[in-house]
Design a protein around this ligand. Structure first.
Ligand code: NAP
Length: 522
């Protein structure tokens, strides 16, 4: 039997008492390791993190916590090779896709590490200026932001076992809030190993970071009013989290990052053959194939002017046709596997449903797998679907197939395109392509209410832009409506979730002691 991974719980390594769930290689089908959380004393683990970890982190200043994150970065960097090996084996990703998860996570940590210095040697933050409460300036209101005295529970999705942990943990730890991470079972190995390396290096105070692998049963029950929970995953599980008594009755603060039918919009002004059109084609093909389309931000709907529909079909299909699919260990392979058999089956099912309402413009099934047994490997070529009836085909605006699948849709005019994009009911990201800067900024402003991020690509940023689906720590991640209504990252904005805002009403003399030059004793 394979190794049963430990959980770092209540300050020590503990294995579950059950047989565990096996984590598999999605390309070779072999068993890698097992995870289990049976029999762990959940209440003890939460109390340890809340009390020991919380107190130790709050005793540090933002500058000190930033330095602590910097030490975590160094530890992770020194083990990068091992992380790549785990990602290849457990997630079935090619090197560049593993890098988005591993190095993307480390980079995000680094950004928050540096932010610690800018926040300073203090234990809480001021929010805005003091405001007079009456005619006399003597009695005023000053808002403060203080770290919440609870734990941050992260329940994460399978597609980003590294980045998904660190993009949440960096702002939480910088804020002074201890973290409990529950990774998705199918890819929990990388998360567990990273936590293990950081714990073994002794760079965090006891209780600051705990990991529990396996079932999520009972975790939400442990949450108390000053805890927070941040969830990334499907809309179905999000519903369970939101309706849990911890949230519904105990007002535990919750952030939800759910699924999203993201869009790419080609403006009318730039015809096939222009640089902007080529940029759109390139980005759509990239987004469909990076991590085999298992990115919450991936482009699911591509909107092009109806006169350019056929040209778009040809250009995107030509690019997709060049994608080599198969075993990520083979250097010639550009796209690896879906993460598990369950995921492979879910994608096939969703694809069959979408295919019943659309035309298949480029068929992923036609790709011959490189170095992989089609009967075992969870590999699937990229599939471009399309319909000329963008209004009447409701399903394409509704259903997320979490794999290498996008649908091409024609629009009549700009207003029609924006109307169709909004049928996604709120998304994480939309990208817009063109060279007319006024039309691009108009589209961005129009899309901003229904998207967490609008990524605008014009020829002048062709070589500079960060990618439609790439989540940068400086920009907001999250989206309204069906995307979950959450907000993550966005630079220092991420810290808000882990702080409580309160108004202090007092005399000017009292308020002066809250200013940065006189930090309070911890
Ligand atoms: P999922 O099935 O909802 O699982 C997400 C997490 O929730 C896993 O850790 C899972 O644990 C846990 N979980 C399952 N049932 C639970 C319950 N009743 N109570 C508490 N936790 C529970 O989602 P997934 O299949 O891993 O991820 C794919 C989906 O995530 C896609 O729809 C994608 O769009 C979305 N996603 C969104 C974002 C974003 O940032 N918006 C990012 C990535 C993915 P187990 O693994 O042990 O079941």
């Amino acid at each position: 039997m394979s190794e049963l991974l430990g959980n770092f719980w209540a300050g020590r390594w503990q294995t579950g008492t059950g047989a565990g769930t096996a984590l598999l290689d999605p390309v070779l089908g072999s068993e890698l390791v097992r995870v289990d959380a049976t029999g762990l004393d959940l209440a003890a683990g939460f109390a340890f993190a809340r009390e020991q970890g919380g107190a130790a982190l709050r005793a540090m200043t933002y500058t000190q916590r930033g330095a602590m994150l910097g030490a975590v970065v160094k530890v992770l960097q020194s083990h990068r090779d091992a992380y790549y090996d785990i990602a290849t084996a457990n997630s079935g990703t090619v090197k560049s896709d593993s890098g988005i998860d591993i190095d993307g996570g480390i980079y995000t940590l680094g950004v928050y590490a540096r932010m610690g210095d800018t926040l300073g040697d203090r234990h809480f933050l001021l929010d805005g200026e003091a405001a007079r409460l009456g005619k006399e300036p003597l009695f005023q209101s000053q808002h403060v932001m203080v770290p919440t005295r609870g734990v941050a529970l992260f329940i994460n999705a399978f597609n980003f076992p590294s980045w998904g942990l660190w993009e949440k943990a960096a702002p939480a730890l910088l804020s002074g809030v201890p973290v409990i991470i529950k990774p998705a079972t199918s890819t929990a190995w990388l998360t567990q190993r990273m936590v293990k390396d950081v714990v073994d290096a002794g760079v965090l105070p006891a209780g600051a970071l705990s990991v529990i692998c396996g079932s999520s049963a009972g975790l939400m029950d442990q949450l108390q009013p000053f805890d927070v929970v941040s969830f990334t995953g499907s809309a179905d599980t999000a519903r369970v989290i939101r309706s849990h008594p911890a949230v519904a009755e105990r007002s535990v603060r919750v952030n939800i990052e759910a699924d999203s039918i993201n869009s790419a919009l080609m403006l009318e002004s730039d015809a096939p053959g222009t640089e902007a059109f080529d940029l759109m084609v390139k980005e759509v093909a990239r987004e469909m194939t990076i991590k085999s389309g298992q990115k919450c931000t991936a482009i699911r709907r591509v909107f092009v002017p109806q006169a350019h529909y056929d040209a778009a079909v040809q250009a995107i299909s030509a690019r997709l046709g060049k994608t080599t699919v198969g075993n990520p260990r083979n250097e010639s392979v550009r796209m690896g596997a879906l993460v598990s058999r369950a995921q492979f089956n879910a994608v096939q099912q969703g694809l069959a449903q979408l295919k019943a309402h659309t035309q298949t413009l480029h068929d992923g099934a036609a790709h011959t797998l490189v170095d992989a047994d089609a009967g075992v490997a969870c590999c699937l070529g990229p599939t471009l679907l399309g319909t000329r009836d963008a209004d009447g085909t409701a399903m394409v605006h509704d259903m997320e197939v979490f794999g290498p699948v996008s649908t091409l849709l024609p629009y009549r005019d700009a207003a029609h395109a924006l109307h169709l994009i909004r049928r996604g009911q709120g998304s994480l990201v939309a990208s817009v392509y063109g060279s007319d800067t006024r039309a691009l900024s108009h589209a961005a402003a129009e899309l901003a209410d229904s998207h967490g991020r609008v990524h605008v690509i014009s020829p002048d940023v062709a070589a500079l832009h960060s990618g439609h689906g790439n989540v940068m720590p400086q920009s907001l991640h999250g989206g309204p409506g069906r995307a979950g209504g959450g907000e993550e990252l966005g630079g220092a904005r991420a810290l808000n979730f882990y702080h409580r805002r309160a108004a202090v009403q007092a005399s000017t003399a009292v308020l002066s002691h809250l200013q940065p030059h006189s930090p309070p004793q911890a």
